[in-house]
Ligand binder design. Structure first.
Ligand code: WAQ
Ligand code: MG
Length: 245
């Protein structure tokens, strides 16, 4: 699903979501996605596109990234924690600067930017749209376990679950060494850094409350960009293992 509104003759991104579902769940999911688009804190859409595609390939199964939370008292501390983690993951200072500039830009992308971890060069073919990770899901048993686990920490929300599933698919991609994410919802200030090495590290106060900025950057170390984009957009991936299992 994607929803947008026209502002000064330009479509502005409001909301997007994707998943892999069994056929009998579709009617409910289409309704959910429509509801989500229509009641969004970023605004009221004038265009909603819901696409349904049959998946014929066997999905790839990946493990959930382990979850942790770093509590930061202010955006200054949160930023510096995110920067430290990205540096440790092997991302250059220059690439980190590029990433924060993208995320802070007034024009919010619908998808993610692909940034070279060393040079900071942007590799996504369409800088306005970005690359949208799609065809991702979680199996029912894993979701139930995950819900219980998140419940204990008081963070059993769709936002956390969806972001964790996406980050798990992305971290599994050959060539991507880390991800930085800041929600574009004005009221959601927790973001994260994720990588195979660090797991999914939630960072509180990564942006100011009320701010419309947000975005995702995937840091690319090596590999063919079109293979990476194909994996992110087209390869069906289902999360079905718990960390350590
Ligand atoms: N593929 C690529 N990029 C995406 C996708 C996707 N499927 N969905 C969103 N983005 C990009 C896009 O640029 C958005 O502007 C930006 O990410 C933020 O999207 O554990 O809600 O859906 O508490 O607002 C983090 C949860 C929530 C942290 C992230 O992102 C936690 C969130 P949003
Ligand atoms: Mg959002």
């Amino acid at each position: 699903m994607r929803a947008s509104m026209m502002v000064d003759d330009r479509p502005v991104h409001i909301s997007g979501a994707e998943g892999i579902y069994d056929e009998e769940e579709l009617t409910k999911m289409i309704r959910d996605y429509y509801f989500r688009a229509m009641h969004h804190s970023r605004g009221s859409p004038d265009n909603i596109v819901i696409t349904v595609e049959k998946i014929n390939e066997e999905p790839t199964y990946v493990s959930l990234l382990p979850v942790s939370t770093l509590r930061c008292p202010s955006t200054v501390e949160a930023r510096s924690a995110a920067i430290d983690m990205l540096l440790k993951a092997g991302v250059s200072k220059r690439a980190i600067r590029v990433a924060f500039n993208i995320i802070e830009s007034k024009i919010t992308m619908r998808g993610a930017s692909l940034v070279k971890a060393d040079s900071g060069a942007r590799l996504e073919p369409d800088r306005f749209r970005g690359v949208r990770v799609s065809r991702l899901g979680i199996d029912r048993a894993t979701e139930r376990r995950l819900s219980r686990r998140l419940q204990r920490d008081g963070i059993n929300t769709k936002t956390v679950k969806e972001a964790l599933i996406l980050a798990s698919k992305v971290a599994f991609c050959d060539g991507i060494i880390a991800e930085l994410c800041v929600s574009d919802d004005p009221d959601y200030t927790t973001g994260y850094v994720a990588s195979k090495k660090t797991g999914y590290v939630r960072i509180t106060n990564l942006k100011e409350k009320g701010s419309m900025i947000g975005g995702r950057v995937f840091f690319i170390e090596e590999g063919d960009v079109s293979d990476i984009i194909n994996y992110l957009e087209r390869t069906p991936v289902i999360v079905r293992h718990f960390p350590g299992k």
